[in-house]
Design a protein around this ligand. Structure first.
Ligand SMILES: NC(=O)c1ccc[n+]([C@@H]2O[C@H](COP(=O)([O-])OP(=O)(O)OC[C@H]3O[C@@H](n4cnc5c(N)ncnc54)[C@H](OP(=O)(O)O)[C@@H]3O)[C@@H](O)[C@H]2O)c1
Ligand SMILES: [Zn+2]
Ligand SMILES: [Zn+2]
Length: 357
């Protein structure tokens, strides 16, 4: 680890307080250690979790905070022990940049469940410095938490795979829900939800989108290839769809009743929660008992699953549907994301943006 005067300065866009407004911020990066990869950021997706973080929704935010955890970049330098990456490689970084490596989850290759995991931003690294995310010129990341973007995949479209993509791929894989012919539901058609539709369709599932409005019907059916579209407030259609789904991936980022969705599940169906909700949710036990249904949750995916997901997406030709913006639009983009006004992910063209004031 280098001394301060030899550390590299970089510039990112940081939230300075819970207003969540991002503005330019200069900080230093550690020197490239033996296991590290020094990455020039090219693109970074905007996830709803970035809003929870910059606005201190969970009461755990530290500022200044450079968000961004759907990072695609180019390798500029590698440490002496790095053999899987070389200068010029196009790589990705997601939600995590560290873990303890010897607890049960780490040993089982599900390091996202390590109690000592280190988040790519709003956390403290092993050197005691704050971690900062992908809305920045560059990052230094341990090679374990770096993946290669498959050749031929459009880099800006790869960005959302690194959080949203693996967030849907991991539970489908873990819960044995990958085989074709299953009937799946995607609740909430945002960044995570649209990846859910694309990945579930690529697995050969019959996919029902369950949305809060009718606004996304045509896009869901025609652009994303969903098989069915339900508006959650349409009691008649919801009733007709009762007992029809093997699973629902619930991506809604705000408190909502669970009963309407539990009733859509078949015997042994699973309601998989992925939205971050900081108020208690409710359900009646017969809703899960009668049908042996499960309410569970899932957090991103491991590095192993991230690699499997990227390979799956390459093979099936799955990418994301995005709106590419420059950094000077990022605050407006956060506003629009909060108002449910994006199809379906904003991706910041970081390298093509002017980052300094
Ligand atoms: N578990 C994980 O590892 C993981 C990973 C990534 C994100 N997340 C979390 O998952 C949630 C979704 O993330 P995202 O990036 O997909 O968000 P997003 O793009 O904002 O999508 C959320 C979707 O939920 C629906 N929705 C219903 N009620 C809403 C409400 N009151 N406010 C906003 N949206 C509402 C909307 O879809 P309709 O218009 O179709 O109703 C909206 O498009 C967030 O809480 C995020 O923090 C978790
Ligand atoms: Zn995310
Ligand atoms: Zn661990």
């Amino acid at each position: 680890m280098g001394s301060l005067d030899t550390e590299r300065a970089t510039i990112g866009w940081a939230a300075k307080d819970p207003s969540g407004i991002l503005s330019p911020y200069t900080y230093t990066l550690r020197n490239t250690g033996a296991e590290d990869v020094y990455i020039k950021v090219l693109y970074c997706g905007i996830c709803h979790t970035d809003i929870h973080q910059i606005k201190n929704d969970l009461g755990m935010s530290n500022y200044p905070m450079v968000p961004g955890h759907e990072v695609v970049g180019e390798v500029k330098e590698v440490g002496s022990e790095v053999s899987n990456f070389k200068v010029g490689d196009k790589v990705g970084v997601g939600v995590l940049v560290g873990c303890c490596r010897n607890c049960r989850p780490c040993e089982a290759d599900v390091e996202q469940y390590c109690n000592k995991k280190i988040w790519s931003y709003n956390d403290v690294y092993t050197d005691g410095k704050p971690t900062q995310g992908g809305f920045a010129e560059s990052m230094v990341v341990d090679q374990k938490f770096v993946v290669k973007i498959p050749d031929g995949m459009a880099l800006e479209q790869a960005a959302p795979l690194l959080c949203a993509g693996v967030t849907v791929f991991s539970p489908l894989s873990h819960f044995g829900l990958k085989q074709s012919g299953l009937r799946g539901g995607i609740l909430g058609l945002g960044g995570v939800g649209h990846m859910g539709v694309l990945i579930a369709k690529a697995m050969g599932h019959h996919v029902t989108v369950i949305s809060s409005s009718d606004k996304k019907r045509v896009e869901a059916m025609e652009h994303l290839g969903a098989d069915q579209y339900l508006v959650s407030s349409d009691a008649t259609r919801m009733q007709e769809a009762a007992d029809s789904l093997d699973y629902i991936i619930d991506t809604v980022p705000a408190n909502h009743p669970l009963e309407p969705y539990l009733s859509l599940l078949k015997l042994d169906g699973k309601l998989i929660l992925t939205g971050v909700i900081n108020t208690p949710m409710q359900f009646l036990t017969p809703m899960v008992m009668l049908g042996r249904k499960a309410i569970t949750g899932s957090f991103i995916g491991s590095m192993k699953e991230t690699k499997e997901m990227l390979e799956f997406c390459r093979e099936k030709g799955v990418t994301s549907m995005i709106e590419v913006i420059k950094m000077d639009y990022v605050n407006k983009a956060f506003e629009r994301l909060e108002k449910n006004d994006v199809r379906y992910r904003f991706v910041v063209d970081v390298a093509g943006s002017k980052l300094d004031p």
